[in-house]
Design a protein around this ligand. Structure first.
Ligand code: ARG
Length: 462
C-alpha cells in the first residue's frame, strides 16, 4: 500500500515503481529515519497529539523495526517504495492505530531532509577521523625520514633539494585543510528541518525547537520552504570530499611516478601493489592510480548534484531524490581511499640513496651560487645571469660545473663547497622552508595541529 492511496483510484504501475522507488539505496538511512521518527513522536506526545501510551507503543515498534533492520530480518513489502514507507508500514503493523498516527504533522519532505542531515553529520565526522589517520602516517614517515632529501620539482623539472619529511608534510597540511572543510560542512548540516512539513509548517502545535534539540541538532530551520528544498549541505559535503579526493589523487600521482623504474624513489610493499596477468615482471601501483581515478568520480558527484539543484523551483521536487546515491558513493569511496592510501604509504620503502643521487647534481645548487654572489654585493639579476651562463657553458662543453665555479673569479673554492652533496638542502633555513632546522619546527607544529584537530572530533581516534 502506498502512503497516498486515498486520492488514487488505481495503484502505481510497475514501471512507475521501478523508476521512482528509492528503497534500494535509501534503506541505508534507516537508523537516521528511525531516530527522526522517535523524536517526532516524542514531540507529538509533548504536544498532546499522541497519548503517552501511544508514544510508548510507537517507540517500541520503531525500536523493533530498527533491530529487524540491523539484524537483516526486516521483511520488505513490494510496495515499500522508500525507507519512510517501509518503516511506517512496519510500525503500523506492530503498533496498530497508534502507528498510523506517527506521520501526523510530518511529510516525507522534512523527513528525508532530516535523515540526510543526520547521515552527513555522522559519516563526515567519521571521515575526518580517517583523514587524521592518514595524516598520522605521513607524520610518522616524515619523522622516520630524518634528514633524507630528494629533488624538489617545479614543472616536473628538478629545482632544489627538499627534505623528504618536508615533501610528505606538504600533503599533510593539505589534508589539515580537508579536516577544516569537512567539519565546517558538518556545522552547516547541523540544522533540523523537522517541523517544516511538506513545505509550509503545520496547523498542529508542533515544536520544531524541541525536536531539533532531541535529535542533537544545533538549531532548527528558519524557513519551512528552505528547510525542505535546501541541499546545500549535500553539495558542501560533496565538495569537501571531492577536494579531499583531489588531494589523494595528487599523492597517488606522485607515488605512481616515484615507483616507476625511471624515478625509483619508492618501492611499494607487495601487499599494497598488484601484478600483471600477462607480464610476469610487473608490480603496479594500483592503489595510487585508483586514488587518482576515483577523484574524477568524486568531482562528477559534485557537478552532477549542482546540475540537479540549479533549476529547481521551491520547494520540494522529486529531483532531490538524486542527492543520495552520489553522497553515499562519495562517502564510501572516500573511506576506502583514505585507508588504502594510508596503508600504501605506511608500508612503502623510500629509496633515499637514489633520491639523494638526483638531488645532489651540482645544478640543484645553482641558486645557492647566485646567492653566494648576492652576499658579496652583486645584484641578484646579475648573479642569476652569471650562474646561468656557467650552467649553459658546462652543458655545452661537457665540463663539470664545479670546475667552472672554481675557476670563476667571483666564486672559487668557497662556492664549490656549496655544490657538495647534501649541502644545498641545509641552506633552506627560513620558516616553513625545506631544510632540516625549519622542518624540525614544522614537524612540531604539524604534531600540535593533529592533536588540536583530534580534539575537535567527537570520538578522537587513538
Ligand atoms: N525518496 C524521496 C527523496 O529521496 C523522499 C521524499 C519523497 N517526497 C515526496 N513528496 N515524494 O527525496
Amino acid at each position: 500500500m502506498t502512503l497516498w492511496q486515498g486520492r488514487f483510484a488505481d495503484g502505481p504501475s510497475e514501471e512507475l515503481m521501478a523508476y521512482t522507488a528509492s528503497i534500494s539505496f535509501d534503506v541505508r538511512l534507516a537508523p537516521d529515519d528511525i531516530a527522526g521518527s522517535r523524536a517526532h513522536v516524542r514531540g507529538l506526545g509533548r504536544a498532546g497529539i499522541l497519548t503517552t501510551e501511544e508514544v510508548a507503543l510507537v517507540i517500541t515498534a520503531l525500536n523493533r523495526a530498527e533491530e529487524e533492520l540491523a539484524d537483516g530480518v526486516f521483511k520488505f513489502a513490494p510496495e515499500d517504495e522508500d525507507v519512510h514507507t517501509a518503516v511506517e508500514r512496519r510500525v503500523t503493523e506492530l503498533a496498530g492505530a497508534a502507528g498510523a498516527k506517527m506521520h501526523t504533522g510530518r511529510s516525507r519532505n522534512d523527513q528525508i531532509a532530516t535523515d540526510l542531515r543526520l547521515f552527513v553529520k555522522r559519516t563526515l565526522t567519521d571521515l575526518a577521523g580517517g583523514v587524521l589517520t592518514l595524516q598520522r602516517v605521513l607524520l610518522q614517515r616524515a619523522v622516520e625520514a630524518e634528514d633524507a632529501y630528494l629533488p624538489g620539482y617545479t614543472h616536473l623539472q628538478r629545482a632544489q633539494p627538499v627534505l623528504l619529511a618536508h615533501h610528505l608534510l606538504a600533503h599533510g597540511w593539505a589534508l589539515a585543510r580537508d579536516i577544516d572543510r569537512i567539519l565546517d560542512a558538518v556545522r552547516r548540516a547541523d540544522v533540523s528541518p523537522l517541523g517544516a512539513g511538506a513545505l509550509a509548517g503545520s496547523s498542529l502545535p508542533l515544536d520544531p525547537d524541541g525536536v531539533a534539540a532531541d535529535l542533537g541538532f544545533a538549531a532548527r530551520f528558519e524557513n519551512s520552504l528552505d528547510a525542505v528544498s535546501d541541499r546545500d549541505f549535500v553539495a558542501e559535503a560533496l565538495f569537501a570530499l571531492a577536494l579531499l579526493g583531489v588531494h589523494l589523487s595528487r599523492i597517488g600521482e606522485e607515488i605512481a611516478i616515484w615507483s616507476s623504474d625511471e624515478f625509483g624513489f619508492v618501492h611499494l610493499d607487495d601487499a599494497h601493489a598488484t601484478g600483471s596477468s600477462m607480464l610476469p615482471q610487473k608490480k603496479n601501483p594500483d592503489i595510487a592510480e585508483l586514488a587518482r581515478g576515483k577523484a574524477g568520480r568524486l568531482i562528477g558527484h559534485l557537478t552532477g548534484l549542482l546540475a540537479t539543484l540549479k533549476g529547481l523551483p521551491l520547494a520540494y521536487n522529486r529531483d532531490l531524490q538524486e542527492d543520495k546515491e552520489p553522497l553515499f558513493d562519495a562517502v564510501d569511496q572516500t573511506r576506502l581511499g583514505l585507508s588504502a592510501v594510508a596503508g600504501m604509504l605506511a608500508s612503502a620503502t623510500f629509496d633515499t640513496d637514489r633520491m639523494a643521487t638526483f638531488a645532489d647534481t651540482p645544478e640543484s645548487a645553482a641558486v645557492d651560487l647566485a646567492e653566494h654572489l648576492v652576499a658579496q654585493g652583486m645584484p641578484f639579476r646579475e648573479a642569476h645571469a652569471v650562474v646561468g651562463a656557467l650552467v649553459r657553458d658546462a652543458r655545452e662543453r661537457h665540463v663539470s660545473l664545479a670546475e667552472l665555479v672554481e675557476a670563476h673569479p667571483a666564486l672559487g673554492a668557497a662556492a664549490v663547497a656549496l655544490l657538495e652533496p647534501g649541502v644545498a638542502v641545509t641552506r633552506r633555513t627560513t620558516p616553513g622552508g625545506a631544510g632540516p632546522a625549519a622542518v624540525a619546527q614544522q614537524v612540531k607544529r604539524f604534531r600540535e595541529r593533529l592533536s588540536a584537530d583530534a580534539a575537535r572530533l567527537p570520538n578522537p581516534a587513538a
